[in-house]
Design a protein around this ligand. Structure first.
Ligand SMILES: Cc1cc2nc3c(=O)[nH]c(=O)nc-3n(C[C@H](O)[C@H](O)[C@H](O)COP(=O)(O)O)c2cc1C
Length: 195
């Protein structure tokens, strides 16, 4: 697949994770990004601590911090996006939603919000029910923002599964397969779009 890519490297932006040092949702986003990088993409990650430096989004405040501008510009220039969240109370986290709300800054762009871009979604939760509801909620948001959620979503039950070893390496073959499939869909979709 990598050999068929146009010469320009695709830019894939990841955002998500939590404050936890070994955040499983952050690791999953990074795993998808790593697969994309292996297929020639330039990748950039906005992890939990980075998202926590964003102020609460205020639609009446036009002033942007460097951190806010960095995220908005990265998504503006992205060919694909990966968003990861834990399931918190059956939905996705406020930390991730605040970052997504900031992307309101893209409303006036010719390529509004996530328009025309593939968006990979990954979730971890302590139960399958929240895995499903959270993934589904994130898909709805991506649709609302004119993005194309990849057919493959990745959901990990962090109680029943231990996809990462102590070093953070992805060791679960099934999860690794899903991660690879999602990355292939992101890259495949983005290479079919005008550069
Ligand atoms: C505030 C909070 C709410 C949570 N709510 C749910 C929930 O409704 N359902 C569920 O299955 N797990 C829930 N969990 C568990 C997390 O989704 C789970 O531990 C997740 O894997 C954490 O992601 P992380 O490793 O990226 O921090 C909750 C955890 C916290 C801290």
């Amino acid at each position: 697949m990598a050999g068929t890519f146009p010469p320009r490297a695709r830019k894939i932006v990841g955002l998500g994770g939590t404050f936890r040092q070994a955040s499983s949702s952050e690791r999953l986003v990074r795993a998808v990004l790593a697969e994309c990088a292996g297929m020639g993409a330039e990748v950039i990650m906005f992890d939990g601590p980075a998202l926590a430096r964003l102020p609460h989004f205020n639609p009446e405040n036009p002033v942007r911090s460097d951190e806010e501008s960095a995220l908005v510009e990265a998504v503006r220039g992205a060919d694909g996006i990966v968003i990861g969240s834990p399931g918190y109370h059956g939905g996705y986290s406020g930390l991730v939603k605040n970052a997504v709300d900031l992307l309101e800054d893209l409303r006036g762009d010719a390529r509004v919000y996530f328009d025309g871009r593939p968006v990979g979604l990954v979730v971890t939760a302590a139960g399958w029910q929240a895995c499903g509801t959270t993934l589904s909620a994130m898909r709805d948001v991506v649709h609302a923002m004119r993005g194309w959620p990849t057919p493959v979503g990745v959901a990990v039950n962090s109680v029943e599964q231990r996809p990462f070893d102590a070093t953070g390496a992805l060791v679960d073959e099934g999860v690794a397969r899903a991660v690879r499939s999602q990355a292939e869909q992101i890259m495949g979709f983005s290479m079919e779009r005008p550069a």
